[in-house]
Write a protein that binds this ligand. Structure first.
Ligand code: RTP
Length: 150
């Protein structure tokens, strides 16, 4: 059964540099998700190490942190039916060479180390990531989706 969820979606520094922020937001809006938090952040190394704590032992970890700290990211929370799983399918496979055309990475990326965007991989990790990036909380409001989609 589909349930209303929240997921953490982030445009990585290469996505911001390449001017893909609007495109990524548009895809989530048009799909029918509700934006409940958004900010542009130049994250510290310490903050990014917390976000990627699960990957700490990986050989690509230092390069990943350097890349993520190289410029601002757009941090967002999107809400809607099966937001976590559907958000991941909209992003495409982690390695853009394996991402299907029509996905964000499949349309705009070629390299796993520059794959434009991040999306939570489970409801529990979404909750942790949302708490890490938005300790101030989310924005409460009603829009037409409440009536027309949900
Ligand atoms: P993300 O967290 O960014 O949505 O990515 P993911 O869950 O699909 O993939 P994960 O395995 O958690 O990797 C996180 C990010 O690390 C970079 N990466 N580089 N072999 C490599 O050089 C390599 N593998 C992963 C990617 O930026 C990936 O999104």
């Amino acid at each position: 059964m589909s349930t209303k969820e929240q997921t953490y979606i982030m445009v990585k520094p290469d996505g911001v540099q390449r001017g893909l922020v609007g495109e990524i937001i548009a895809r989530f809006e048009k799909r029918g998700f509700k934006l409940v938090a958004l900010k542009l952040v130049h994250a510290t190394t310490e903050h990014l190490e917390k976000h990627y704590a699960d990957l700490k032992g990986k050989p690509f970890f230092p390069g990943l942190i350097k890349y993520m700290a190289s410029g601002p990211v757009v941090a967002m929370v999107w809400e809607g039916l099966d937001a976590v799983k559907t958000g991941r399918s909209m992003l495409g496979a982690t390695n853009p060479l394996a991402s299907a055309p029509g996905t964000i990475r499949g349309d705009y990326a070629l390299a796993v180390g520059r794959n434009i965007c991040h999306g939570s991989d489970a409801v529990e990790s979404a909750q942790k990531e949302i708490a890490l990036w938005f300790p101030e909380g989310l924005v409460q409001y009603t829009n037409t989706l409440e009536e027309w989609v949900f």
